[in-house]
Design a protein around this ligand. Structure first.
Ligand SMILES: *[C@@H]1O[C@H](CO)[C@@H](O)[C@H](O)[C@H]1NC(C)=O
Ligand SMILES: *[C@@H]1O[C@H](CO)[C@@H](O)[C@H](O)[C@H]1NC(C)=O
Ligand SMILES: *[C@@H]1O[C@H](CO)[C@@H](O)[C@H](O)[C@H]1NC(C)=O
Ligand SMILES: [Cu+2]
Length: 223
């Protein structure tokens, strides 16, 4: 009995390290592309980023450049999304930020105050839960009015199951946006957009059960 129990605990710990859910593929107009074809591959087994002030909070550990990642051509206003290798199993929100690259998406590390949020998925109440739980696909429309050019598209799931120790599961995709406009949404830096003391990160989701929840960071730009 004891040995079986230990094996189960060890297996659980190992799977916690090696089998975290990942955002592996970009979905372009409903078509799921290859795993890591347009999504930068991380090098940390997607063991979560826990320091929100770290540059790893941009595109995850190992995601600082995209030299071996392709860049997908996407028309402004079209449907984009991320496909995961398995469904989200930790409670918390999902959000997506984009940022136009100074030159190519593949060569850019994500620095500078030029990110804006294009999607977020928060909580429902009574019963309190996060809508991302159990989902393995997240889709949105890339705004039609933003300028043409190469962009990073950063998806993040913020796991809040350990109170006061939020975990960030992140991937960045590379796109070449065509047919855009001249809209200029307000921009933020990553790290910097969200403070470690944001109530959306420090909240205890178990007690008292939240009756309101705001996804951290700026408002979603839809223009
Ligand atoms: C990209 O590079 C990483 C790190 O060297 C490597 O692990 C990965 O297999 C590469 N991905 C592709 C699609 O070649
Ligand atoms: C991005 O799209 C523009 C407009 O179609 C094109 O001129 C450019 O070559 C594309 N860049 C890449 C890297 O695909
Ligand atoms: C809920 O709303 C209260 C009052 O505005 C605020 O102080 C608190 O931080 C919010 N909680 C969350 C988790 O956003
Ligand atoms: Cu975990």
């Amino acid at each position: 009995m004891k040995i079986v129990g230990i094996i189960i605990v060890v297996a659980a710990l190992l799977s916690g390290v090696s089998a975290h859910y990942r955002f592996t593929s970009l979905i372009v107009n409903g078509q799921t592309t290859g795993a890591y074809q347009y999504v930068r591959q991380n090098t940390n087994y997607n063991s979560p980023v826990t320091d929100i002030t770290s540059t790893d909070a941009r595109c995850n550990v190992g995601g600082g450049t995209g030299g071996n990642t392709s860049t997908a051509t996407v028309a402004a206003g079209s449907s984009l999304g991320f496909q995961m290798d398995q469904a989200v199993f930790h409670l918390g929100p999902v959000d997506i930020y984009v940022r136009q690259a100074p030159s190519t998406a593949a060569s850019w590390d994500g620095s500078g105050a030029s990110w804006f949020k294009v999607y977020e998925l928060g909580a429902t109440y009574s019963p309190f839960t996060f809508t991302s739980l159990g989902k393995s696909q997240f889709s949105f429309n890339i705004p039609s009015g933003i300028p043409s050019g190469e962009y990073l598209v950063r998806v993040e799931q913020i796991a809040l199951h350990v109170p006061n120790a939020p975990q960030f599961y992140i991937s960045c995709a590379q796109i070449n946006l065509t047919g855009g406009g001249s809209a200029s949404p307000a921009k933020v830096s990553i790290p910097g957009a969200v403070s470690a003391t944001d109530p959306g990160l420090t909240v205890n989701i178990y007690y008292p059960v939240p009756t309101n929840y705001t996804v951290p960071g700026p408002a979603v730009f839809t223009g």
